[in-house]
Design a protein around this ligand. Structure first.
Ligand code: BG6
Length: 484
């Protein structure tokens, strides 16, 4: 492990993402001993002119100690808050970033006492419009200058552009300043426990390996549902819509892990190579395999235009053109203001050939991986109903994490991913060519939606979304609904 000083700079320190996700994740890492106080200083940077203490007061309410922590709640919070300093400045000002550099250097000279390297992590919890200027400022004024080694890394959040062209432009601008190994594009779904479990499941179990293909699998569904609407984020959301907010990034990343071939090894580049390949094997999306919806009441938000057609729900079928998956529909579905908060992967197997029990109408074998809430994996099986008669029923082999791993804490996605950025592990981050391939899949459709060529069908909040979506799944993907 590396030693020396570690400076973590959160840019956009007073924004929502920083308060709700970045600082709490850092706090949990601190509580578990990953951010040793003799090495670490955390800097908040933003435009607002406030003091260190004012920033600390704003953050306090978001910091809740985890179960693994050994310290008393209030003691732990105040010790952590003491690691935080605040620097104010604009996102394109030389003065601000020179100041920041001065503060970081001061910290480094105190902490490393000329015996270790200096590590500088810049977390951009900012709108992407300022990424290029902020990266330029970091590159010009804030790079690690230590002779003893170390690094400078930047972490960026979605949205990485709005379509292929803008994403590529952003990548090019950042790429002129930083090398790919210095850039960490976060997709927090890659930090979720059961997403990280996907490759283990597929490639460490003999049971699944020979089954995982078009001969056995009828369809795969990757579904994201939220039981609340855009809640104050309407202005942001309306410019993006559900495909850019959830499907093109989060669900497509999950899709990659379900559909990709086995990587040569667990090296990050090997894994990411396979993800790119499967993305590049996706065929153009067909018009009649898309259903869009918008929940009633979405436009009541003052920041949403009265005639907005932005989808808050979408079902899209992806088709993979390769030997493993030809003919198997991958259904990606996401919606806000639906009947539940849930994300899962459902792998539905084909009917049993020559079904002597005539049991297929009870349902097919289905393997479900519930990403959240209550992480679980279960397999729907047909079994003999216990008793004297030869009757069949559908039952489940069930692995619920909460029961099976009692007492174990499942880390927050951001916590895990930030630790990876410090350790220099890029496996769970999106590489530039991966990002490009994912925009290539959705850009033609998104452009046509933007031009108004697809109508979002209204649906009632708290429902399953527009009924048309189920119809398309049945007709185009042969998917029969077996759950609520
Ligand atoms: C974010 C989206 O990326 O993910 C939000 O912008 C969404 O709209 C959120 O609510 C969902 O994340 P999670 O981890 O709660 O499923």
């Amino acid at each position: 492990t590396e030693t020396g000083s570690l400076s973590i700079v959160v840019l956009g320190a007073s924004g929502d993402l920083a308060k709700k996700k970045t600082f709490p994740a850092l706090f949990h890492l601190y509580g578990q001993g990953f951010l040793p106080p003799n090495e670490v200083c955390i800097f908040g940077y933003a435009r607002t002119k406030i003091t260190d203490n004012e920033l600390r007061d704003r953050l306090r309410g978001y910091l809740v100690p985890g179960k693994n922590s050994s310290l008393e709640q209030s003691e732990e919070v105040s010790k952590f808050l003491h690691l935080i300093k605040y620097v104010s400045g604009s996102y394109d000002s030389k003065d601000g970033f020179c100041n920041l550099d001065k503060e970081i250097s001061e910290h480094e000279s105190l902490k490393s006492s000329a015996q270790g390297s200096s590590r500088r992590l810049f977390y951009l919890a900012l709108p992407p419009t300022v990424y290029p200027s902020v990266c330029k400022m970091i590159k010009t004024y804030c790079m690690n200058k230590s002779d003893l080694g170390g690094w400078t890394r930047i972490v960026v959040e979605k949205p990485f552009g709005k379509d292929l062209e803008s994403a590529e432009q952003l990548s090019t601008e950042i790429g002129e300043l930083f090398e790919e190994p210095q850039i960490y594009r976060i997709d927090h779904y890659l930090g979720k426990e059961l997403v990280q479990n996907m490759l283990v499941l597929r490639f460490a179990n003999r049971l699944f390996m020979p089954q995982w293909n078009r001969d056995n699998i009828a369809n795969v569904q990757i579904v994201f549902r939220e039981d609340f609407g855009t809640e104050g984020r309407g202005g942001y959301f309306d410019q993006y819509g559900i495909i850019r907010d959830i499907i093109q990034n989060h669900l497509l990343q999950v899709f990659c892990l379900v559909a990709m071939e086995k990587p040569v090894s667990l090296k990050p580049e090997h894994i990411r190579d396979e993800k790119v390949k499967v993305l590049e094997s996706v065929l153009p999306i067909k018009d009649d395999e898309v259903v869009l919806g918008q929940y009633e009441g979405y436009r009541d938000d003052a920041t949403v235009p009265d005639h907005s057609n932005t989808p808050t729900f979408a079902t899209v079928i992806l088709r993979v053109h390769n030997e493993r998956w030809e003919g198997v529909p991958f259904i990606l579905k996401a919606g806000k203001a639906l009947n539940a908060r849930k994300a899962d992967i459902r792998v539905q197997f084909k009917d049993v050939p020559g079904d002597i029990f005539k049991c297929q109408k009870q349902g097919r074998n289905e393997f479900v991986i519930r990403l959240q809430p209550s992480e679980a994996m279960y397999m729907k099986l047909t079994v003999k109903k216990p008793g004297l008669e030869m009757e069949t029923i559908q039952s489940e082999l069930d692995l619920s994490y909460r029961q099976r791993y009692q007492g174990a804490t499942i880390p927050e996605a951001y916590e895990r991913l930030i630790l990876d950025t410090i350790r220099g592990d890029q496996q769970h981050f999106v590489r530039r060519d991966e990002l490009k391939a994912s925009w290539e899949i959705f850009t033609p459709l998104l452009h046509r939606i933007d031009k108004g060529e697809f109508k979002s069908i209204p649906y009632k909040p708290g429902t399953r979304g527009p009924a048309e979506a189920d119809k398309v799944l049945l007709e185009k993907a042969g998917y029969v609904q077996t759950h609520g």
